[in-house]
Design a protein around this ligand. Sequence first.
Ligand SMILES: [Fe+2]
Ligand SMILES: [Fe+2]
Length: 124
Amino acid sequence: MEFAKVAYEPMNEVHDKEIKILEKLLEKLEKNEDYTQEYKKFLEDVKNHFAFEEGLMQKYDFFAYIPHKMEHDKIINELEELQNSDRQTLKKYFDERFMPWLDNHINTMDTVTAGFFNMVNAKA
Ligand SMILES: [Fe+2]
Ligand SMILES: [Fe+2]
C-alpha cells in the first residue's frame, strides 16, 4: 500500500506506522480471521495519528486547524460506529470509503499542513 509523502517527516512516520496496522487488519478481514483486536488497535492508532497532527496545529496556530480537525472527527465517528460491524460491511467501508479518504486526505489537508510545519520548523 503506497500513500504520498508529505514535507514533514514526523507525519510520514505516523502514516507509515498506521498503514502497517491497517494492512494487518485488512489481512484479517480477507482471511476470515478474528479481527476484533486489530480493529481496536487500528482505531487507537488513528486517534493518536489525528491527535498528533491536531496538537501541532494548535501549538503553531495553523490557519486551517478547524477544517482539518473536522475531517478527522468525521472519520473517528465512522470508525467508532462501525466497531461491531460484520466482515463484509468493514471490507466495503475500507475499500470504498476509508482508503480513498486517506489517500485524498494525505494529498490535500495533510500536504498543506506538513508544508506549514516544515516552514515554521515545528518540533514534534
Ligand atoms: Fe495524517
Ligand atoms: Fe490529517
